[in-house]
Design a protein around this ligand. Structure first.
Ligand code: LRH
Ligand code: MN
Length: 430
């Protein structure tokens, strides 16, 4: 470790490039002022933006073929929070952590909650897991969990979700996310209508366990691990279910859970309009649920999604309170670098969406001037807001160059010394 990551060392390193940043910031400020945009307003928005980090994303991820662990892999939830602490120290956008149970099940919930709080972190959303069988588990989820044909298996899955919610309450979480891989590999394997009835029946039991301040998020996914029919396969069935369940149920959009070329920003606008947008699992993909770094493949799509979100934010749409979370798998990069960069890409799309000249846009829309409407959006998307993002991080006590400072700190090297390799390669996302 060449140096501890703390406010002094971060400010020290920032000092080396602050002059250049101030010049770029001032220049951008003049450009934006000519467009009637106050740069300080955008910087404040960028400083206020928050996106949660997935605890399961700080370890090296893998595929069904293999997982190639990197040096200094976190071995338990406390080491995962240490890594989340670094991400938040340098980006100042990620104090919220999503947990996955039982992967992160603590012996002592209180100890975990204060370990996080001591680092300025909090537990955001809980995630249940009925897509794997745990050692000693009575009933297998091979043929499903919440939709299984046997009531005993469904009850076991419901019980697990209720335990997650109860643990979430102890940890100060605010929501519970239910993604099930339940579905079939062949036509005829499942009766489609009865399967959904069983799903809703199980979800109603889970919904009953929600305390007043808690929300439940249903996450749809087109396919995988089921390769023919997935019970909650798209936003339509998710929306139907959250409407059926009640006011505390919302539909969560994982960007990788759609067929190629689906217009996700339209799904977002629909769920906003219907008052049922839970929030997001941000990531990116080229083909399937690749869980790649946010903004790494389709940055314009990410911008168009934030354009819908910011439009609703500015219009103060009723019930608009989305939870922003990353959900990625880092198979070939340092997970800390990928999560920092992905958080920055979310802030970038958010800041660019706040630069959109919305008065001009709606005028072009009213006049059906498609060309000018598109170029009004593209002008914001092609604005290099890097000086705003860096200034926002600097003013919040973070790093002007998060990845550069992280590498200079030698954090990964010292983690590799402290955390001897488990040698457990194996396969799978974690
Ligand atoms: C399913 C999913 C879900 C998580 C899992 C780790 O693909 O997106 O959100 O539970 O990844
Ligand atoms: Mn997800």
């Amino acid at each position: 470790m060449s140096f501890e990551l703390n406010p002094e060392t971060i400010a020290g390193e920032n000092g080396k490039t602050l002059g250049t940043l101030a010049g770029d910031y001032e220049h951008l400020g003049k450009q934006l002022a000519r467009r009637g945009v106050d740069i300080e307003g955008i910087t404040e928005r960028a400083m206020a933006f928050r996106v949660a980090v997935p605890s399961w994303g700080v370890g090296t991820g893998g595929t069904r073929f293999a997982r190639f662990p990197g040096p200094g892999e976190p071995r338990n939830i406390f080491e995962k929070l240490e890594d989340c602490d670094v991400i938040n120290k340098l980006t100042r956008s990620t104090p919220g952590i999503s947990l996955h149970i039982p992967w992160d099940k603590p012996e002592d919930a209180g100890a975990l909650k204060s370990f996080a709080a001591d680092r300025g972190l909090f537990i955001d959303s809980m995630n249940s897991n009925t897509f794997q069988d745990q050692a000693g588990q009575k009933h297998s989820y091979k043929f499903g969990s919440l939709v299984h044909t046997e009531a005993a298996v469904r009850d076991q899955a419901v019980e697990h979700n209720v335990e997650c919610i109860e643990l979430g309450v102890k940890l100060g979480a605010r929501s519970h996310t239910v993604w099930v891989g339940d579905g079939g590999n062949f036509p005829g394997q499942f009766h489609t209508r009865r399967t959904l009835d069983r799903y809703l029946d199980s979800m109603r039991k889970i919904y009953k366990a929600l305390p007043d301040h808690f929300r439940v998020f249903i996450e749809h996914k087109l396919y995988e691990p089921a390769f023919y029919s997935t019970v909650i396969n798209d936003w339509g069935v998710s929306y139907y279910c959250v409407k059926e369940l009640g006011d505390k149920a919302f539909s969560l959009v994982d960007l990788g859970h759609h067929a190629p070329n689906v217009n996700i920003e339209m799904i977002v606008a629909r769920l906003i309009q219907f008052g049922k947008l839970a929030g997001f699992h941000f990531n990116d993909s080229k083909y399937g649920d690749d869980d790649l770094d946010t903004g790494s493949i389709k940055p314009f799509q990410l911008f168009l999604i934030f354009n819908e979100l910011v439009d609703a934010e500015i219009e103060k749409v009723k019930g608009f309170d989305p939870a922003y979370m990353l959900d990625q798998s880092h198979n070939v990069t340092d997970p800390i670098e990928s999560l920092m960069t992905s958080a920055v890409e979310c802030v970038r799309a958010y800041a660019q969406a706040h630069i959109v000249d919305r008065a001009a846009l709606s005028e072009y829309q009213e006049k059906n001037d498609a060309m000018m409407a598109l170029s009004t959006l593209k002008r914001a998307f092609t604005t290099d807001v890097d000086p705003i993002l860096a200034m926002a991080r600097h003013r919040a006590g973070g790093a002007i160059d998060p990845v550069g400072l992280y590498r200079a700190s030698g954090y990964r090297g010292s983690a590799a010394v402290k955390r001897p390799a488990s040698g457990r390669g194996g396969s799978g996302i974690v």
